[in-house]
Design a protein around this ligand. Structure first.
Ligand code: PRX
Length: 652
């Protein structure tokens, strides 16, 4: 371990400190660190106290039943997520508060109040019921970032039908696999959406998936772009026809705390995506607690999370967390660079956004485009900035702080995962002195540690593997249909501890510095993509014999996908073939997973037991000096690849 941790440790030497500004601290939700001590003294009592902030049909009997690695939180309790996110705010006289300011990419806008949201959710829920969707049925949702997306999600929650949202950038094949794995019988989609000024088709993609998912009974289609789509009689129905004519009220299902709320598929280090299973009470508690405390939510905040709802960040911090807290949010459909590089800053100025939450990859893109675009707009409404999805390099942190935050806004660098459901390591902005690039400390109630190969806690100042030492309310309850994989992936490496899969260093003051994945998962623009998935996709082209994929450091996307490809004999390498393979992967998985580089190589570096030595390939891809090559079966291979890399790159 010593060798590995030292290799990781060398990365950072950042020591600037940013204490909470006194004016911020003065009105902060949390302004002293007593909450950490209270939570640590009795975590279960702490979570029980926090759970009082939710609305229950029936209170729970037991806070936690923990039979490692299976946790149940708030058993015996009954509640409904949509009631917590919508009804209770209307009932409390806050129906006129805006839930979402929607901004379409073409510039269409709509403010949706909590009272209107309630009506829309009920109508959609009634429509689903009319189509025969019952409690427990899985509904797949494949949509652009329009208001009907959170409405559909909440409608599912209202009737107790778990949703599985598939990011609109995923391909038909990816959608098909998710529909099949979840055994979803109903699909909600749209004709398309807008991206960079052009409509893109979703229904046509969905149709390709649906051709191979015969169990799907109905498809509800939102009209967004007005482009022509094929509607299959008996199966496909227009949202505006079916939903509009429904009654405005829909009795919510009384769900058990541990009833499934949703599945969300994510990449693991083996090829098959995992259906991460979240349940109702613990997830709502985790997201609402962290949204209030980490983002220091005040009643007059205008909060904008610029992620896509198709990823967990959007589930937790565009839909469930903010709505459970009755917040006003911005929902933006499009890209940050359309029609100009200042689109985000224009949105912040228009709505008076006070809290912005986005990914380092977006910050780096804005850095690249230049500070002048932000300079054109009044960003003085901002008071807090957040970062998520990958380590934020200190340079980007400082740019975000100065250029966007005007030097006055604390930054919360929030570490978490699809599996954790909500933020686990992050500053509390009224309490924590931050250091650029560090997610700082585990939140109150969260048990974390950094351990070595043998599972021993490493001393401060050293690096190792991040683990979570006790269950937390919003933790995943399993991988859908595969309890063995759940145990194996997260709980087998260090019995009794959750294995995160991220490297981490704690500095001398105990600050956590996340160091990226330690397994074969890349982080491209804050999205987890497994190297195996890309390799399988490449090998599915009949001209490819073998492929090895690694992440290559990239100044904007964090990592870029770099593919080493061995062609079958008789096939000739060419730049055109490289382009075709990149396109092939984009078609199979989604455009966001398009490899940056395809390099043809005669061979791959392998150990004597035949394992591909990715470490060496990463060195080649990033142009680094080669690490230890002593276990290579054929040491000349790397040099051959190196030579090829200067001549045969198909792209960039
Ligand atoms: O490697 C960590 C990185 O993203 C992984 C989780 O990816 P996903 O499940 O797609 O969820 C992304 C949004 C929560 C983690 O294992 N990661 C996430 N946030 C951070 C991070 N790495 C460093 N710092 C962060 N703030």
């Amino acid at each position: 371990m010593a060798q590995q941790s030292d290799a990781i440790e060398a990365l950072y030497g950042e020591n600037r400190k940013f204490p909470p500004p006194p004016e911020f601290q003065a009105r902060a939700v949390v302004s002293d660190d007593e909450i950490y001590r209270r939570a640590e003294a009795d975590p279960e009592a702490f979570w029980a106290e926090q759970a009082e902030t939710l609305d229950w049909f029936k209170p729970w009997d037991t806070v936690l039943e923990w039979e490692p690695p299976f946790a149940k939180w708030f058993t015996g309790g009954k509640l409904n997520a949509s009631v917590n996110c919508v009804d209770r705010h209307v009932a409390a006289g806050r129906g006129d508060k805006v839930a979402y300011y929607f901004e379409g990419e073409p510039g269409d806008r709509r403010a949706l109040t909590y009272a209107e949201l309630l009506t829309e959710v009920c109508r959609c829920a009634n429509a689903l019921k009319e189509l025969g969707v019952r409690r427990g049925d899985r509904v797949a949702i494949y949509m652009p970032m329009v208001l009907e997306l959170p409405i559909a999600i909440l409608a599912c929650a209202r009737i107790g039908a778990p949703h599985t949202v598939v990011f609109g950038g995923f391909s038909a094949e990816a959608l098909r696999d998710r529909i099949l794995d979840a055994d979803a019988r109903f699909v909600i989609t749209a004709d398309g959406g807008y991206r960079r000024g052009k409509p893109f088709a979703l229904k046509a993609q969905a149709d390709r998936a649906l051709a191979e998912t015969p169990a799907v009974r109905n498809v509800l289609v939102v009209r967004r772009t007005g482009e022509e789509v094929a509607m299959q009689g008996g199966r496909d129905l227009w949202w505006h026809e079916v939903v509009a004519r429904q009654a405005d009220e829909c009795e919510p299902e009384q769900m058990d705390s541990e009833d499934m709320l949703y599945l969300l598929y994510t990449s693991g280090s083996t090829g098959k995506p995992k259906g991460i299973l979240h349940t109702t009470a613990g997830y709502l508690l985790g997201t609402s607690f962290t949204h209030r405390h980490v983002f220091d939510l005040q009643d007059d905040d205008i909060y904008w999370c610029a992620a896509d709802i198709g990823w967990v960040t959007g589930h937790s911090y565009i839909v469930y967390g903010p709505l459970a807290n009755g917040a006003t949010g911005v929902l933006y459909e499009g890209t940050p660079d359309y029609p100009g590089f200042d689109r985000w800053w224009e949105i912040i100025e228009r709505y008076g956004v006070t809290i912005l939450y986005c990914a380092p990859t977006a910050i780096r893109a804005h850095m690249k485009w230049g500070a002048e675009h932000a300079g054109k707009h009044d960003l003085s409404s901002l008071r807090l900035l957040g970062s998520v999805g990958e380590p934020i390099n200190p340079e980007a942190w400082i740019w975000y702080h100065q250029t966007i935050g005007g030097g006055r806004c604390p930054i919360v660098d929030t570490w978490w995962q699809t599996e954790t459901g909500s933020i686990l390591i992050s500053p509390l902005p009224g309490v924590t002195t931050t250091k650029p690039g560090s997610a700082t400390f585990p939140l109150p109630g969260i048990g974390a540690d950094v351990v070595d190969e043998a599972g021993n806690s490493v001393p401060l100042g050293r690096g190792g593997y991040l683990v979570l030492t006790r269950p937390w309310p919003s933790m995943l309850r399993g991988i859908y249909g595969d309890p063995e994989r759940y145990k194996e992936t997260y709980w087998s490496r260090y019995p009794g501890k959750y294995f995160v899969g991220d490297g981490c260093k704690r500095d001398d003051e105990g600050y956590y510095w996340l160091l990226g994945r330690v397994d074969d998962v890349m982080n491209i623009s804050g999205h987890r993509i497994s190297t195996t998935e890309i390799e399988s996709s490449l090998v599915s082209d009949p001209r490819v014999a073998e492929a090895a994929v690694v992440g290559q450091p990239d100044p904007v996307t964090g990592e870029a996908i770099f593919c080493f490809v061995i062609l079958r004999s008789g096939v000739t390498a060419s730049p055109e073939l490289g382009q075709e393979l990149r396109q092939h992967v984009a078609k199979q998985i989604g455009a966001f997973a398009r490899p940056k580089t395809v390099m043809f190589t005669p061979d791959l570096p392998k150990t004597r037991s035949g394992k591909i030595m990715r470490r060496l390939l990463r060195d080649v891809a990033s142009g680094r000096t080669l690490g230890d090559t002593t276990t290579l079966a054929d040491a000349s291979v790397v040099e051959q690849i190196r030579a090829a890399s200067t001549s045969a790159k198909s792209d960039e």
